[in-house]
Design a protein around this ligand. Structure first.
Ligand code: ATP
Length: 258
C-alpha cells in the first residue's frame, strides 16, 4: 500500500508557453510504492507536467512539493539529486560506449594512483555485470559490449537497472515500450512492477490505456492541459477510462473493474 504522505504533490499548477496555456490548474499527488499511469491524447500536457517534475520547465504559477518540502528552484540537477530519473525510449544511453560506461554515465567512479585520477573500470564492470544479469540481459552480453548491440528491451533494462542501483526514488517511464516486441514489452513492464514493489514511485506515460490498466494501481488522464480523471484502476475498467478520454472528461458512469 502507498504511504499516506505524498512523495510528490503538484498543487494548482499553471504553465504558459508564451500565450499558450499548456497546463491548467493541475493538482495531483504521487506516492512512493505506486505505479501511476499518466495517459491522454497527443498534446494533452503529459510530457509538460513531467518536465516540470524533472526541473526542465518552471511553472508559471502553482506549487510542487517533494518529500514534504516545497520545490523553489526548477533545475534538472536538483531533480536528479532528489532521485528522479526519466526513462525514455530514444535517449539516455550513448550507443558507442560500453554498457558499463553507460551504467555510470555522469557518476563515474574514480580511483587514484599516485594522486592521478583514473576511471575505476573494474568497479564499473563488476557492478554493471551484476545488474544486467539481474535485469535479464542475455548471458552472451558483457558489460564491455557497446550499447548499440543491445535490443530495445535490453536498453530499457540497462536504464531501469541504473535507476534502481543508484537508489532513485522516482522513475518516470515515458512510452517505455514503444517499438518493442511483445516479449520485451512484457519484460519492461515486469521491471516497472518490480520498481513499484521495491517502494519506488513509478509514473508510466503511455497512450495505451489497456496495457497500463493492467499494470498501474492508479490512472491520471490529461486532456488539453487539464487533469480530467484520477482514478484507482480497481474503480474503473480500461473501457471506461477510454470512454473518459473519448468524451474529454465528461462524466462517465463508474463501475467496479473486474
Ligand atoms: N517548449 C514548448 N513551447 C511551446 N509549446 C510547447 C512546448 N512544449 C510543449 N508545447 C505544447 O504544449 C502542449 C502539450 O504538449 P506535451 O508534449 O506536454 O503533450 P503530451 O501529452 O506529452 O503529448 P504526446 O503524447 O504527443 O507526447 C502541446 O500543444 C505542445 O505543442
Amino acid at each position: 500500500m502507498p504511504d499516506k504522505t505524498p512523495l510528490i504533490q503538484v498543487k494548482n499548477l499553471d504553465l504558459y508557453f508564451g500565450a499558450f496555456h499548456a497546463l491548467k490548474n493541475v493538482s495531483v499527488d504521487f506516492h512512493s510504492g505506486e505505479l501511476v499511469g499518466l495517459v491522454g491524447d497527443n498534446g494533452a500536457g503529459k510530457t509538460t507536467l513531467i518536465r516540470v517534475l524533472c526541473g526542465i520547465h518552471k511553472p508559471t504559477s502553482g506549487e510542487v512539493w517533494f518529500d514534504g518540502r516545497q520545490v523553489k528552484e526548477f533545475h534538472p540537477k536538483l531533480a536528479i539529486d532528489n532521485g528522479i530519473e526519466t526513462i525514455q525510449q530514444s535517449v539516455g544511453l550513448c550507443d558507442n560506449l560500453s554498457i558499463a560506461r553507460n551504467f555510470y554515465l555522469g557518476r563515474e567512479p574514480v580511483r587514484r594512483i599516485m594522486g592521478i585520477p583514473f576511471l575505476d573500470m573494474g568497479k564499473m564492470r563488476d557492478l554493471s555485470t551484476k545488474v544486467i544479469r539481474e535485469f535479464g540481459l542475455r548471458d552472451n552480453v558483457s558489460a564491455d559490449d557497446e550499447v548499440e548491440r543491445l535490443s530495445g528491451g535490453e536498453r530499457q533494462s540497462v536504464k531501469i537497472g541504473r535507476a534502481v542501483e543508484f537508489k532513485n526514488r522516482v522513475v518516470i517511464m515515458d512510452e517505455p515500450t514503444n517499438h518493442l516486441s511483445v516479449r520485451e514489452r512484457e519484460h519492461v513492464n515486469e521491471l516497472a512492477l518490480q520498481l513499484k514493489e521495491q517502494g519506488l514511485l513509478v509514473i508510466y506515460i503511455t497512450h495505451d490505456i489497456f496495457q497500463v490498466h493492467k499494470l498501474a494501481n492508479r490512472i491520471v488522464i490529461m486532456e488539453n492541459g487539464e487533469k480530467i480523471e484520477d482514478a484507482l484502476t480497481s474503480s474503473m475498467t480500461a473501457d471506461q477510462l477510454e470512454e473518459v478520454i473519448r468524451q474529454g472528461g465528461r462524466k462517465v458512469e463508474k463501475r467496479e473493474a473486474v
